[in-house]
Design a protein around this ligand. Structure first.
Ligand code: ZN
Length: 215
């Protein structure tokens, strides 16, 4: 986790896939990967989509996602860093373009799940502008895909310091872990839209105000 700060992201895989071939995934294309790694990457993204659907009652994977692998140095300048991997996700005209780089296969799983979460959020809810919510969610699905990330993020949070408290990747993840199981959490995420929190306290305040509103 040394490499996490000041950015931190991630994800990877595990758990039940929705079947070997998931008909829900309209188009998932890869470039720059060996056939073996492509298969592993597909599994991570499909599993992340299935977890996302279970969490929010959605049906993601209907829009095209293209994944391109590039040298680390090329992606690093414009991407987010998760567990030693780097990536970014851009959504344009309903198509998600994920660019990733990693020097270890397990880190690749983490960054793929993280970036795929951004694509699924855009597909299901439109944009979520709040960095603590958006990155926290992406980290949560990354940690579900690659469990060691959860321990690393918890450790960073407990260790504290200004970097952890201000990081959407660490503090946001902590907030998601605390609240994801609560009633109306999904509704809060779904309706978050253009709201932005500048720090974790603002996100918590937004959440409490939301809970006061009628369902
Ligand atoms: Zn992210």
């Amino acid at each position: 986790m040394r490499r996490f700060l000041p950015w931190v992201f991630c994800a990877a895989c595990a758990g039940a896939l929705r079947g070997a071939e998931t008909p829900a995934f309209a188009e998932l294309s890869f470039a720059g990967l060996s056939p073996e790694l492509q298969l592993a990457a597909r599994r991570v993204i499909v599993a992340t989509g299935a977890r996302f659907d279970r969490a929010f009652g959605t049906d993601v994977g209907r829009r095209p996602i293209s994944v391109r692998f590039a040298p680390l140095a090329k992606v690093a300048s414009e991407g987010e860093d998760v567990a030693g991997a780097t990536g970014r996700c851009r959504v344009r005209n309903g198509r998600a373009e994920i660019l990733v780089a990693a020097d270890a296969p397990e880190a690749l799983g983490a960054i793929l799940a993280h970036e795929a979460t951004h694509a699924f959020v855009a597909e299901a809810f439109g944009e979520i502008r709040d960095p603590y919510l958006g990155e926290g969610l992406a980290q949560e699905f990354a940690a579900q895909a690659w469990p060691p990330l959860r321990n690393e993020l918890r450790h960073l949070w407990l260790k504290g310091g200004p970097g952890a408290a201000a990081s959407p990747y660490i503090a946001g993840f902590h907030w998601i872990e605390e609240h994801a199981g609560e009633a109306r959490f999904g509704e809060f995420v779904r309706t978050s839209g253009a709201a932005v929190s500048r720090n974790l306290e603002e996100l918590e305040r937004r959440w409490r105000e939301f809970l006061k509103k009628k369902e």
